[in-house]
Each structure stands twice: as structure tokens, then as C-alpha cells.
Design a protein. Structure first.
Length: 335
């Protein structure tokens, strides 16, 4: 399919240039805010999109104007042969940027391959720098391996963004130490409002730490904290601290303040299209692929979904067939 000369726009005038592809629903951590300790029923392999099916969808999306692909999970490195798959994706005409979100546990041995492929950005999930709290939050004692990945990534030209979910009573003590990483390291530390995608591990959240409170807490320790220009499509509001090498970001993921310029869509591991994080899936892409649909038919179905996109996360949530206070696990959606 030929590469489109311009970007596809949704029904609200937002460009769709960026797809997040979950390559697996499996994870080697058990973060309590993402999933229960036990009881997650992983999908059989046959129900997951194959790498070939994912390549086909990304190729179709590239023809529509998508330029950036981020691979997520679960934990993407849990799935075998991830790096060769990334290499093939990078060769699809029109795709200009392949990036990755990882928890860092299995990542370090693959860093030379990521450098060779020209991977420019890695998002590293890291909610605490304290080993005991890391064990409590993730239910796994893997902090040393994650930190090893962090420093090995920083030794390359790969840009690193640390993603930290802010959780009342769990890791508030870590906000300032995480922000302090930006003093001597060229890293972006991004603080994310907690979201309800916990797979039923706990009930609805009251969000005592919203983006405003996070910002003011940081400003109490760093009075010079000031906002930077935020480009359209960015989820994080960017901040700088005078004298620091890195930057701070705050992501209002639950308050949903950035929906107006959202340029991303999601493909779940089982082939569901989500045009908003808060919708319940708007198209079964796997069914289309496995029913013998042509690229043109898949393309038409995608375009139809894009042109019936919710205006924001609140509308998408209201449109869910069964409104529920506890949503599916983030590991099944893709981070």
C-alpha cells in the first residue's frame, strides 16, 4: 500500500500519527496498581496477534500517515524474538520512529541491538528508588536489574524517560529522589496520575495526588521549577529545574487534560483497536485479519473507527458498553 502524503485526521481534527502496539499481555512484574497478585488469565498464544499480523497492521497504518510506533506489553521483552521484529518494523516505508516502553528487568542485554537499530527513545517504568518499596509495589525484587538498565541506556545515545505512577501512601517519599535524578543525569522523569486500569486488584481511585498537587509538591523542593513549551500531542506537561541536566514531566492521565491534541491510537496484544485509552475497544482487527479481509478492507475499517473517535477520555468512558469502576489490567492494554 503506498505511503500517504499527509496525515490522517480524526473527526475532531486531531492528526493520528502514533500507534502503541502491545506485543504481549504477559509481564514479569506484578505491580499492584496494574494487576492482582494472582488470577490474571493470560491469553493463549493463538489469541495474540502474530508478529506477521502486527507488521501488516503497522504497514497499513503507515499508509494512512502513522509515523511513530511504540512497542509495549505487558513487558515486551517477555515475548521471544522481539528485537528482530523491531528491526522489521523499522524497515516499513513511512515509519520514522520505533520506540519502546519496558520495566527494564530483561532489557540490558539487548541494548547494543537497540543502538544498532537506531532506537532513539526508551520509556522505563520505575516508581521508586527504594528496594523495599520496589518489592512491595511490584511484588518482585528486581530493582538492581532495572537500575542497571537505566545506567546502561544512559551510556548510549538513547533518550530515557522514567515513568513513575504517583500512588498515595505508597511512593510519595520517592517523588523528590526521583526528581533529583535529573540533577546529574540527562533523563526525563515523568510523574503519572494513577489510573483505574488495575484488573480488579482494587476499587475506584479517589486521586488524592492529581497533576496540580504533584506539581506543587515538587515546587516545594525545587522552587525554580518552571513550565516549558509543550508540543501538541504530548501527554506530559514539561518542566525544568534550574541547574539540572534533565527535565520533569507530569502526565494528567486520570484528569485527562491533554485529550484535545491526542495523536495516538493503541493496538492491544489480541488485536483490539483502541482510539482512546478509556474506551473498551472500537474494532476487532484480529477478526478482520483472520477472516481474509484485504488490506483495503482493513484500511477502510480503521478509517471508519478513526472518524468516529470520542472527543476525550470522559466521553470514551461513558461509551463503554458496561461502565465499571474497576477497569481491565493495563497489562492487557499496553502501557
Amino acid at each position: 500500500m503506498p505511503v500517504a502524503p499527509s496525515v490522517l485526521y480524526d473527526n475532531h481534527g486531531r492528526p493520528l500519527e502514533y500507534v502503541r502496539v502491545a506485543v504481549t499481555d504477559r509481564c514479569n512484574l506484578r505491580c499492584f496498581y496494574c494487576m492482582p497478585a494472582e488470577g490474571i488469565e493470560y491469553m493463549p498464544k493463538r489469541d495474540l496477534l502474530s508478529y506477521e499480523e502486527m507488521e501488516r497492521v503497522v504497514g497499513i497504518l503507515a499508509g494512512l500517515g502513522v509515523r511513530k510506533v511504540r512497542l509495549t506489553g505487558g513487558e515486551p521483552f517477555v515475548r521471544r524474538d522481539l528485537v528482530p521484529f523491531m528491526d522489521r518494523l523499522s524497515r516499513i516505508p513511512g515509519i520514522q520512529d520505533i520506540s519502546l516502553t519496558t520495566n527494564g528487568v530483561l532489557t540490558a542485554p539487548h541494548i547494543p541491538e537497540l543502538v544498532r537499530m537506531g532506537i532513539r527513545s526508551v520509556n522505563l517504568s520505575l516508581d521508586t528508588l527504594d528496594q523495599a518499596r520496589f518489592l512491595r509495589i511490584t511484588r518482585r525484587d528486581e530493582l538492581p536489574r532495572v537500575l542497571d538498565t537505566l545506567y546502561k541506556l544512559l551510556a548510549t545515545n538513547i533518550a530515557v524517560k522514567i515513568n513513575a505512577v504517583v500512588m498515595d501512601g505508597q511512593n510519595i517519599e520517592d517523588l523528590i529522589p526521583l526528581a533529583e535524578l535529573t540533577r546529574e543525569l540527562p533523563v526525563d522523569v515523568r510523574f503519572i496520575e494513577e489510573m483505574p486500569f488495575n484488573g480488579g486488584s482494587h476499587g475506584a481511585i479517589a486521586l488524592p495526588w492529581n497533576h496540580i498537587r504533584i506539581r506543587e509538591h515538587l515546587r516545594g523542593a525545587f522552587p525554580g521549577l518552571h513550565a516549558l513549551p509543550t508540543p501538541a500531542g504530548a501527554t506530559a506537561t514539561a518542566y525544568a529545574i534550574p541547574g539540572h541536566m534533565g527535565q520533569i514531566g507530569i502526565i494528567a492521565a486520570y484528569s485527562r487534560t491533554f485529550c484535545g491534541t491526542c495523536n495516538r491510537i493503541r493496538l492491544t496484544a489480541e488485536g483490539g483497536l483502541k482510539t482512546c485509552l478509556y474506551d473498551q475497544g472500537v474494532l476487532d482487527v484480529r477478526a478482520l485479519l483472520r477472516s481474509g479481509s484485504s488490506d483495503e478492507e482493513v484500511c477502510a475499517a480503521l478509517v471508519y473507527a478513526f472518524r468516529h473517535r470520542a472527543a476525550d477520555g470522559f466521553e470514551a468512558e461513558r461509551q463503554r458498553p458496561v461502565h465499571q469502576l474497576s477497569f481491565e489490567s493495563m497489562s492487557t492494554i499496553g502501557g
